[in-house]
Design a protein around this ligand. Structure first.
Ligand SMILES: *[C@@H]1O[C@H](CO)[C@@H](O)[C@H](O)[C@H]1NC(C)=O
Ligand SMILES: *[C@@H]1O[C@H](CO)[C@@H](O)[C@H](O)[C@H]1NC(C)=O
Ligand SMILES: *[C@@H]1O[C@H](CO)[C@@H](O)[C@H](O)[C@H]1NC(C)=O
Ligand SMILES: *[C@@H]1O[C@H](CO)[C@@H](O)[C@H](O)[C@H]1NC(C)=O
Ligand SMILES: *[C@@H]1O[C@H](CO)[C@@H](O)[C@H](O)[C@H]1NC(C)=O
Ligand SMILES: *[C@@H]1O[C@H](CO)[C@@H](O)[C@H](O)[C@H]1NC(C)=O
Ligand SMILES: *[C@@H]1O[C@H](CO)[C@@H](O)[C@H](O)[C@H]1NC(C)=O
Length: 411
């Protein structure tokens, strides 16, 4: 292949004085020797692996600054490119990118680690290469670079990755790194302001992604498949209500789950089913069980990043979203699931079927009581109020009559 890819690699040794911080930084060049991918970031890996003593161990290490990127490539004629990093004793990390007319995004994020590396994987039971793939980087406008100093966690299989101090741009045009689009976590705390900071555009750029507005969350369609096909269906809007200490004060923050960047996975069996939803910083697990021919949500587990630390909260004593096995549960009304003291999930327009999905379609729905109360409680309430008014009028009439009679007698 005459792709003429050349790679510049810079190892940044921390000049920060105290700490020896090493970021890896790469510029991938295209056939005309212009930068087409730029990446500068720090990545920590935490990998769980089996040892010969039948125990699993965790190993944590950082992507070294001297990683090489010689197998990366950009291809002008295709809407795809690849950042491929090799480091240490046979480990690799790669991120592929695709684009459309206005945006580009990351797709497969693949980590292959070599458990032969005894320094990182002492006493590993299985020796050789193990691969884990997930997704990273949602849509970014073309000609802009993604910047996130805050850490973001991405977890899949036995590999968790924490990224921080990230600057990343694919499909760089004419070798010029574009202006920065910062991640939500880097944005200053929302201040009610009317003037969005958009610098004088030199090129007509599409609007930057706005922070998730804290209105009603978008409704997502999620599913889980096993060997026999789709076995779990869920449609819902999800919002997290989280308590955070800011300046010594407890503040409730709302986060909407964006279905566009949320991946679903899970498992189905005869008596339990789980749905796991994750985006770049949050993983939510919903576990269903069966009692007396009804399914119900028994267990919810939420893992969020607190700074760079993943924090897990769960409630495994729930009795939510109950409906008979073989049907689906439906609830349009907003509901709140208490996960822990400082964490609630607000759900909107839920339809869910964890068991007995046929042909990838929902079965008949059993609607929640909250939905139905409007339709039949209101007429009952109105009727009751009317009856009460009639009785009141009657009573006052009777009392009035008796009063006037006693009145005549005393005069
Ligand atoms: C596991 O392997 C290491 C060497 O690879 C060895 O030193 C250790 O004794 C082994 N442990 C067990 C429980 O077999
Ligand atoms: C990254 O891993 C190193 C150990 O390899 C650890 O000292 C450091 O605190 C980690 N950083 C983050 C942000 O997790
Ligand atoms: C790992 O080591 C085994 C033998 O110890 C060898 O057969 C295998 O090829 C090695 N794999 C890699 C990827 O280095
Ligand atoms: C973050 O990256 C910039 C370059 O992009 C570098 O100057 C800075 O030292 C880095 N900070 C940390 C904490 O790694
Ligand atoms: C978030 O939770 C707090 C505490 O339960 C509550 O006061 C607040 O109304 C909730 N906010 C929303 C939008 O659900
Ligand atoms: C998700 O993507 C669709 C089309 O791709 C878009 O119309 C919608 O606004 C996006 N939703 C959010 C919450 O970004
Ligand atoms: C987040 O971390 C801070 C300290 O780093 C701690 O005080 C706080 O309780 C944590 N919040 C949660 C929700 O775990």
């Amino acid at each position: 292949m005459e792709r003429g890819v050349s790679v510049t690699l810079l190892c940044l040794l921390g000049l920060a004085g105290l700490m020896q911080s090493k970021a890896f930084e790469v510029e991938i060049k295209d056939a005309s020797n212009k930068t087409c991918i730029y990446a500068s970031m720090r990545v920590n890996f935490t990998i769980q692996y089996e040892t010969n003593s039948s125990m699993s161990k965790n190993t944590t290490f950082e992507m070294p600054g001297n990683a090489t990127a010689s197998r990366s490539h950009c291809n002008e004629s295709e809407d795809a490119s690849l950042l491929f990093i090799q480091f240490g004793n046979g480990h690799t990390w790669s991120l592929s990118f695709t684009k459309n007319n206005t945006m580009y995004h990351g797709s497969a994020l693949t980590v292959t680690y070599n458990t032969n590396d005894t320094a990182l994987f002492p006493d590993a039971l299985r020796k050789g290469l193990i691969t884990s793939t997930t997704n990273f980087l949602s849509s970014i406008p073309l000609n802009t670079s993604y910047r996130c100093v805050h850490s973001e966690a991405v977890a899949a299989d036995n590999v968790s990755q924490i990224f921080w101090n990230v600057t990343l741009q694919a499909f760089v045009q004419n070798g010029v790194i574009g202006r920065e689009v910062v991640c939500d976590a880097d944005k200053p705390a929302p201040i009610p302001s009317t003037t969005p900071t958009s610098p004088p555009a030199t090129t007509p750029t599409p609007p930057t992604p706005t922070p998730t507005p804290v209105g009603k969350p978008a409704i997502g369609n999620y599913s889980v498949a096993n060997k026999t096909g789709t076995c779990f269906l869920a449609t819902m809007g999800l919002q997290l209500n989280v308590s955070r200490k800011i300046d010594g004060k407890n503040i409730w923050l709302l986060f909407n789950i964006d279905p566009n960047i949320t991946r679903s996975s899970g498992s189905c069996s005869n008596d339990t089913a789980t749905l796991s939803l994750s985006d770049n910083s949050t993983t939510m697990e919903f576990a269903f069980a069966i009692k007396k021919n009804n399914f119900y949500l028994q267990d919810v587990n939420v893992t969020m990043l607190n700074g760079s630390e993943p924090v897990s909260k769960s409630n495994n004593n729930l009795s939510f979203w109950e409906a008979s096995v073989g049907s689906s549960y439906l609830c349009h009304k907003e509901q709140t699931i208490a996960v822990s003291e400082g964490l609630y999930i607000n759900t909107f327009d839920v339809r869910i079927q964890p068991f007995g999905v046929r042909d990838g379609k929902y079965s008949t729905a059993e609607e929640c009581f909250a939905d139905s109360d409007l339709s039949f409680l209101i007429p009952i309430a109105v009727g009751a109020i009317l009856l009460f008014l009639i009785i009141l009028v009657l009573l006052s009439y009777l009392i009035g009559r008796r009063k006037s009679r006693t009145g005549y007698q005393s005069v």
